[in-house]
Design a protein around this ligand. Structure first.
Ligand code: DGY
Length: 317
């Protein structure tokens, strides 16, 4: 039986399935392993089932046992793994696309609404019983009939667009390539980020995190946003330059920012916590029971296919 290190505690049913198929090292305390611990614990393993909280960089990969042949990441994003270094070492890397598209797109809409309608401020006022209805109490920005810029029109970006059409929003997007008409569904393509920003009253960040997108939302690009724009990030923290965003929030260039993902998670930039025009969630994008089960099922399937000598469905390197 092949041996797999499972870096985090999984849903019980997923752990049971993995136990039927492999010899597993589980993590019942759900401790987040340091790089040294990950290297040590995976020493005799043939594969790793990892999560977004594992930073498997070039250095870690170079120190992994030569026995390890696959890292099945239990996430659609794989910016936490150096996939080129893994490939060079002969380690296959897989992800879990499709199954979390709807859950993540739902959260993107929640972030846009929560930020634009000042939901956190409202919750705090209600909790403190410190409010009364009045004509100018916690006035927000209406999402209906506005333009929505989508940065990254992959599966999740397109699912956000689908939902936003229900708000009668006009969709603009930036992607590496223009989409075919049937996938665009009337959305307006922008070749560069600045042009997208100049047409966005609302903006949803949905691109993958990689060397091309790191801090793509920065002081220079933010300048081009329409004034009072509402921004939501359900992708990855590294796509946004936090200092530049904080400046834009303070100057109200950005009306409000809804975010589910952070640079250096689970830490949150302390300035975000001081700002009122912010709507924060703790990386809940894929957090529904059905979605998490599906993600782990898919990661298990990738391991199974790989060790059966087949090409795993979701190979990314
Ligand atoms: C993913 O799959 O990349 C999500 O961010 C995990 O919640």
């Amino acid at each position: 039986m092949k041996k797999i290190l499972i870096t985090r505690k999984l849903l019980k049913e997923n752990e049971e399935k993995l136990k039927e198929l492999f010899e597993v090292i589980l993590n019942p305390d759900d401790k987040i392993y340091s790089q040294e611990e990950l290297i040590k614990k995976s020493k005799d393993c043939d594969g790793i089932l990892s999560s977004v909280s594992d930073q498997i960089n070039k250095d870690t990969i170079s120190k992994l046992s030569a026995k390890i042949k696959i890292i099945a990441n239990g996430a659609v994003g794989f910016g936490n793994i150096d996939i080129d270094a893994a490939k060079q070492k002969g380690i296959a890397v897989t992800n879990t696309p499709d199954v979390l598209t709807d859950a993540t797109a739902d959260i993107a809409i929640l972030l846009l609404l929560g930020a634009s309608r000042r939901a956190l401020e409202g919750r705090i006022a209600a909790e403190n019983q410190n409010w009364k209805w009045s004509f100018d109490f916690l006035l927000g920005k209406q999402m209906s009939n506005k333009t929505l810029g989508i940065l990254g029109m992959g599966r999740i970006g397109r699912a956000v667009a689908k939902r936003a059409r229900g708000f009668n929003m006009q969709i603009h997007y930036h992607n590496r390539k223009k989409l075919p008409n049937d996938l665009e569904e009337g959305a307006v393509f922008h070749k560069d980020v600045k042009s997208l920003f100049a047409n966005s009253e609302f903006l949803s960040i949905n691109c993958p995190a990689n060397s091309e997108t790191t801090k793509i939302v920065n002081e220079d690009t933010l300048k081009h946003l329409l004034p009072n724009c509402v921004v939501a990030n359900s992708a990855r923290g590294d796509i946004v330059d936090d200092e530049a965003m904080i400046k834009a929030l303070k100057s109200k260039k950005v009306f409000a920012y809804g975010l589910d993902v952070y640079n250096g998670e689970p830490k949150i930039h302390p300035e975000y916590l001081k700002l009122k025009n912010i709507f924060l969630l703790p990386h809940l994008g894929s957090a529904t029971k059905r979605t998490r089960w599906d993600m782990l099922y898919r990661a298990t399937k990738n391991l199974e296919m790989f060790f059966n000598g087949e090409k795993p469905k979701d190979l990314v390197n």
